[in-house]
Design a protein around this ligand. Structure first.
Ligand SMILES: *Cc1c(COP(=O)(O)O)cnc(C)c1O
Length: 364
């Protein structure tokens, strides 16, 4: 069986360095808000071409902290993509803001800039763009809307470490960008971790307070903050892995290129083949009208796949208030998507076998 993702194998090349880094942290006697965090924040800011990086506990908190720092009045509308993971939207509700769902461009499956403008009202304060599957959203038209309507743009880049758009890194393109270093991400820790990047010094400063109970000087609390810190152990591990991110993303691009040219199965809708080099290829998501049959066929032939995601947010029990909302493009995507294995440890033989097996689906 070719596993969808084997984290043991993904981390194997770095285990010796990770073990050394972990021992260093254990022996330092300093586990929270120390030099390991400072070092990682500096290198990740540089990597993202951003002036500030603030390490936080996870990707969900990164989005929450950005929205909390902006302090929009309760009831303000925040535009969100309808096709995303639930973590992109939950923070909007936590802060008593109103998520306004916008359908994707069916070609990219990312939020459709043309539909965003129609969703903007006098009450809109921000747009959350999600670089889903590893591809940056079309930021030029979105930036134009943001300027025209005086909004903030927040990017959820949990799946897009190292992606670029018009020659600039994801992490430098929005007012603030949220990253997750959940173990399965392109840059993954060995536990939960996240970060915020921004070029806005004031926002960076406020988030630094908010992640630490609203405090910078001990026992003096300027805000009602959270406890959301990136610990020294995870920071040290991320510093080990960051220098290899570009090479890993390059391998992902190579694999994506092979899939794009090799997959010939009828009715299979491929991800866009333009901008291969800009994309971080976190996931290789194709669509098929008989998705569930394809999943079973691949499973029976030794290829493990995944579905990102099976049920849209507005159809989740947690969002039962929205159950009558009809978002046909998003619903169709959730019925049809299937993610093929795409990770840096796949061998050329694995990829050839996956392509051959998918192409046999028409002839079973
Ligand atoms: C993983 C992910 C998150 C959440 O990250 P956590 O670190 O698990 O909180 C948010 N948005 C997207 C698109 C993700 O893929």
């Amino acid at each position: 069986m070719i596993p969808f993702l084997d984290l043991n194998q993904v981390n194997a090349p770095y285990i010796q360095k990770i073990t050394e880094a972990s021992s260093r942290v254990i022996n330092s006697g300093w586990y929270i808000l120390g030099n390991e965090l400072k070092t990682f924040e500096k290198s990740f800011a540089e990597y993202c071409e951003a002036t500030h990086c603030i390490g936080v506990a996870n990707g969900l908190d990164a989005i929450t902290l950005i929205l909390k720092a902006y302090d929009f009045p309760a009831g303000s509308e925040v535009i969100v993509p309808a096709n995303t993971y639930i973590a992109s939207v939950l923070p909007v509700n936590y802060l008593n803001l109103v998520p306004v769902f916008v359908e994707p461009d069916p070609r990219t499956m990312l939020i459709d800039p043309l539909r965003i403008e129609k969703a903007i009202t006098a009450n809109t304060r921000a747009i959350v763009t999600v670089d889903l599957y590893g591809r940056s959203c079309e930021m030029a038209p979105i930036q134009a809307l943001v300027e025209k309507h005086h909004l903030k743009v927040i990017t959820d880049a949990a799946q897009a470490h190292g992606a670029t758009y018009n020659g600039h890194k994801v992490g430098s393109l929005a007012d603030a960008t949220a990253f997750s270093f959940y173990p399965t991400k392109n840059l993954g820790a060995l536990g939960d971790a996240g970060a915020i990047t921004t070029n806005d010094a004031q926002l960076a400063d406020k988030v630094r307070y908010l992640r630490n109970y609203g405090s910078f000087v001990r026992y003096q609390n300027e805000y009602q903050g959270l406890n959301s810190r990136l610990d020294e152990m995870q920071a040290a591990i991320l510093s080990v892995k960051l220098p290899y991110l570009d090479a890993e993303n390059e391998r992902r691009r190579e694999i994506a290129g092979r899939y794009l040219s090799g997959l010939k199965c009828k009715e299979l809708v491929m991800p866009p083949g333009d901008r291969i080099q800009d994309d971080a290829w976190h996931l290789f998501v194709v669509r098929h009208p008989r998705r569930d049959e394809l999943v079973t066929f691949l499973e029976n032939n030794g290829v493990q796949t995944n579905v990102h995601y099976p049920l849209p947010i507005h159809k989740q029990k947690a969002y039962s208030a929205l159950k009558d909302l009809h978002l046909p493009l998003t619903e169709q995507i959730h019925r049809e998507v299937i993610s093929l294995p795409l990770n840096p440890v796949l061998t050329d033989d694995n990829i050839a076998y996956i392509i051959q097996t998918v192409n046999q689906f028409d002839y079973q």
